[in-house]
Each structure stands twice: as C-alpha cells, then as structure tokens.
Design a protein around this ligand. Structure first.
Ligand code: AP5
Length: 207
C-alpha cells in the first residue's frame, strides 16, 4: 500500500505511521526525520535545512523532492510505504504524481489548541526516534532504549505558532487537492487515544 499521512504539526502522523508500518511491514518515510538526521550529521542537505526547520518554515521544494525521489528507489519501498510529512505543498504533490500512484491519503485533523498542548509537551528520543508526551514519562530516559529524551527545537511555543501558520497557508490546500482526486480519508483525532485513532485509520483504509 502506498499511503500519504497529511495533517498539521503534532496531529499524530508519526505516531500512527510507526504503528502501521510495523503491522503492514512497509517503511515510514518521514521527511522531517530524514532532514533532522541530515542536520545531526552536518551533510550539505542538513546545512541547508537547519535554518528553515529551526524557524518552523518549509525546506525548499527541490531539496525535499530530491530526498524523496532517492528514498523511493530503495528496495524496502517495493511493497509500499507511508509518506509522513510529504508532500507538503502543491508543487511537491504534483511532482509526486509523476513518480507514483498513491492508494490513499489519510488527513489527521486536530484543533490548534490541542496541537499546542501536545507539541509543547512532546519529547523525542534522538537515538530510536520514539515520541512521548512529558506527562506520561516517569523520567528523562527513553522507555524504549534508555537514551535521554530531548525537546525538538521547533517545538518551542513561538516556532509552533509559525508552523501552524505555514501549515494553513502552504499545506492545507492539499486537502482539496486530494479530495478532488477521490483519495482523501479524514480522521478526526480530537479526544481519541492513540489506539482509537489507529482503529479509525484502519477503518478508513479498509484494512
Ligand atoms: P516534521 O517532522 O514532519 O513535523 P510535523 O509535520 O510538523 O509533524 P510532527 O512530527 O511535529 O507531528 P506529528 O503529526 O508526526 O505528531 P506526533 O505523532 O509526533 O517536519 C519538521 C520540519 O521539517 C518542518 O517544519 C519543515 O521545516 C521540514 N519538512 C519536513 N517535511 C517537509 C516537506 N515535505 N517539505 C518541506 N519541509 C519539510 O505526535 C505529537 C505528540 O502528540 C507526541 O508527543 C505524541 O506522543 C502525542 N500524541 C500522538 N497521538 C496522540 C493521541 N491520540 N492522544 C494524545 N497524544 C498523542
């Protein structure tokens, strides 16, 4: 299955992608994770991306498209994948249309107030990429691998507000884009646990 997970920052795309990738045995392709790894490793792409990500702006289309184009050619993509955070602009979606035929786009919806609450409390493990909310952590150590969890720089309050504005302006138009193609499946995440959202995702995908 070739899937796109769409939705505002903090809506739960990454959390759900990690669950579904395990069940379907297909990779999660998170452009955010790939870019953060490039920044940590100080690659040329990472050096370009850093300023944009720290400000909560989108990395230029050509940089992200090149990353995805290369990644989709890897062997583990043969049986499908979950694109998490790509495409994020109409030009990115138009290029993707020329490369692959997507089976479905899941749109995770969540009001801004809840997004701000989630992102201000999010902690991530820099080693194994697991994601937590600070209220559910007993210590600063990752329950999955023991590494010290950190707060993403772009989860600082002012940057979150900018990311929400960027989402509305540049990414939300993709909802109409995929609706028109008949590919859109909407999941309203407000008030749902991770497991409840997962059940909805499977329901809208018919799996
Ligand atoms: P990226 O890493 O993709 O960030 P994002 O889309 O802003 O998404 P997030 O990772 O913040 O949130 P999420 O929806 O995955 O939520 P999560 O599951 O973590 O992108 C970062 C940056 O990279 C961008 O700003 C941009 O600069 C650049 N970039 C990336 N892709 C790009 C592209 N295509 N083009 C250009 N630039 C690009 O959950 C959030 C929190 O909520 C967690 O703490 C989690 O534990 C908790 N949670 C999840 N589900 C629930 C639930 N049901 N109930 C309670 N808590 C929950």
């Amino acid at each position: 299955m070739k899937l796109i997970f769409l939705g505002p920052p903090g809506a739960g795309k990454g959390t759900q992608a990690q669950k579904l990738m395990t069940e379907l045995n297909i990779p999660q392709i998170s452009t955010g994770d790939i870019l953060r790894k490039a920044i940590r490793e100080e690659t040329p792409t990472g050096l370009v991306a850093k300023g944009y990500i720290d400000r909560g702006e989108l990395v230029p289309d050509e940089v992200v498209i090149a990353i995805v184009r290369d990644r989709l050619q890897e062997k583990d993509c043969e049986n499908g994948y979950i694109l998490d955070g790509f495409p994020r602009t109409v030009p990115q979606a138009e290029v993707l249309d020329t490369i692959v035929s997507i089976d479905a786009v899941v749109d995770f919806e969540l009001p801004n107030e809840e997004i701000i609450n989630r992102l201000s409390g999010r902690r991530v493990c820099p080693k194994c990429n697991s994601t937590y909310h600070v209220s559910r952590l007993e210590s600063e150590d990752c329950p999955a691998c023991g590494e010290k969890v950190i707060q993403r720089k772009d989860d600082m309050p002012e940057t979150v507000l900018n990311r929400l504005q960027v989402y509305e302006k540049q990414t939300a138009p993709l909802i109409a884009y995929y609706k028109e193609k008949g590919a859109l499946r909407v999941v309203d995440c407000l008030g749902l646990t991770v497991e409840d959202v997962y059940a909805e995702v499977k329901k809208v995908l018919g799996i």
